[in-house]
Design a protein around this ligand. Structure first.
Ligand code: FAD
Ligand code: DHB
Length: 389
């Protein structure tokens, strides 16, 4: 065998799984299609559940997160000028951490370099083979040469467009999907945050989210039609639209500046079941996508990795199969809860084109209910800070 576990994909799922396995003495090789620079240039998630923070600490990559991340005790939801505060800490005793996915990935690459793990960038035409036999194989092309790796297990951490999920025969898996008729246009700007906590803003003009990375770097989003392209959005257009979706008090404090990054992501809910096919396991976005409204995408990847690393350690170090046999069911139970929450937050906060007047009243009533009911706020807080692993 060439290694114990071949990991396909060097995004946060693949790197974190490799890091946790290496710390338990299990050997891995990571195959990544893109360059490291490309992986690190992608601006994505910004909110870590406390459970994710603890897993990252356990993986030995907590130091910079502790020093540079920001723990937030709560968040704001708004409907026009009606603002509701969700105090996570009061309601659940937990907080979340503001620390960008880019930084998490950076820390994981550094930690993997320290282990000397082989991370092979620029691989093409990955094929996953022999999943039913005693030894699995992964083939790939690098610089025009075909290579083959033999291993005990394969972890498919290659995102939504990867090869791993498609390796499971179509007739052997079930897909569940909801595509939303809008996307999020996100910008990064070197300006001070408009508020000390995040604001999820519903408005007659559509949804906006005010998030941040640090005291002088913001991440702001507006809901846009799927037909819009980044080129359609000048900085001025973005700021005008963002401002009019924020509650008036926040809008009055908004500081604008040049956007240093701008991208559009479509919104989708998607699950593929099961997460195991013989010696192959699906992890993170390879198996499921959530709309970003609940900040769950990266956090679900972390909980999948947490379950799978335990299962693989049990199998490879102690010869116990129960963990790998139960991985799919265990991970899916938590995935479906995050699916429900992300769908509910998306429905509660976005304007759907062509909707009737009743829909806006329902969103208003939902926000109003949150303002009046501590039980409703606790339910939201419990999901937002993350359900137990
Ligand atoms: P990925 O990060 O997708 O990593 C998969 C890796 O596999 C990539 O590096 C890719 O290059 C590699 N790969 C793909 N195919 C192959 C192949 N055939 N062979 C080898 N390597 C391959 N979540 C939030 O919570 N908040 C957000 O604001 C947010 N914004 C997002 C914006 C975008 C555009 C996207 C796509 C996702 C966003 N997410 C967000 C979701 C979150 O970023 C993901 O849930 C998270 O990245 C999942 O990590 P992953 O490692 O499973 O997948
Ligand atoms: C961010 C993204 C999210 O989807 C979210 O719900 C909260 C924050 C962010 O990029 O900061």
């Amino acid at each position: 065998m060439d290694t114990q576990v071949v990991i396909i994909g060097g995004g946060p799922s693949g790197l974190l799984l490799s890091q946790l396995l290496n710390r338990s003495g299990i050997e891995t090789i990571i195959l990544e299609r893109s360059s490291r620079e490309h992986v690190l240039s992608r601006i994505r998630a910004g909110v870590l559940e406390w459970g994710s923070v603890e897993v990252l600490r356990e993986a030995g990559v907590g130091a910079r997160m502790e020093a540079e991340g920001f723990a937030h005790d709560g968040t704001w939801l708004s409907d026009a000028d009606h603002m509701v505060h969700i105090d996570f800490h009061d309601l659940t005793g937990k907080r979340v951490m503001i620390y960008g996915q880019t930084e998490v990935t950076h820390d994981l690459y550094d930690a993997q370099d320290a282990f000397g793990t082989r991370i092979i960038h620029g691989v093409e035409d990955v094929a996953i083979l022999d999943l039913d036999g005693p030894v699995a194989a992964v083939e790939y092309t690098l610089n025009g040469t075909r290579h083959r790796l033999r291993c005990a297990y394969v972890a498919g951490c290659d995102g939504f467009h990867g090869v791993s999920r498609r390796t499971i025969p179509a007739g052997k898996r079930a897909e569940f999907e909801r595509v939303y008729p809008f996307g999020w246009l996100g910008i990064l700007s070197k300006t001070p945050p408009v508020n000390d906590e995040l604001i999820y803003a519903s408005s007659p003009h559509g949804f906006a989210l005010a998030s941040m990375r640090n005291a002088n770097l913001v991440r702001y989003y507006v809901q846009v039609p799927l037909t819009d392209r980044v080129e359609d959005w000048s900085d001025d257009h973005f700021w005008a639209e963002f401002r009019r979706r924020l509650p008036a008090d926040a809008a009055a404090k908004l500081v604008t500046g040049p956007a240093i990054e701008k991208s559009i992501a479509p919104l989708r809910s998607f699950v593929s079941e099961p997460l195991r096919w013989g010696r192959l396991f699906l992890v993170g976005d390879a198996a499921h996508i959530v709309p970003p409204t609940g900040a769950k995408g990266l956090n679900l990847a972390v909980s999948d990795v947490f379950y799978l690393h335990q299962a693989l350690i049990d199998a490879l170090k102690y010869g116990r199969q129960a963990g790998i046999d139960g991985y799919s069911q265990r991970a899916l139970a938590r995935i479906w809860q995050a699916m429900r929450f992300s769908w509910q937050m998306t429905t509660m906060l976005h304007r759907f084109d062509g909707e009737d007047s009743f829909a806006a009243q329902m969103r208003r009533a939902a926000l109003d209910h949150l303002g009046r009911s501590e039980t409703a706020r606790r339910e939201l807080a419990e999901n937002y800070v993350g359900l137990p692993f």
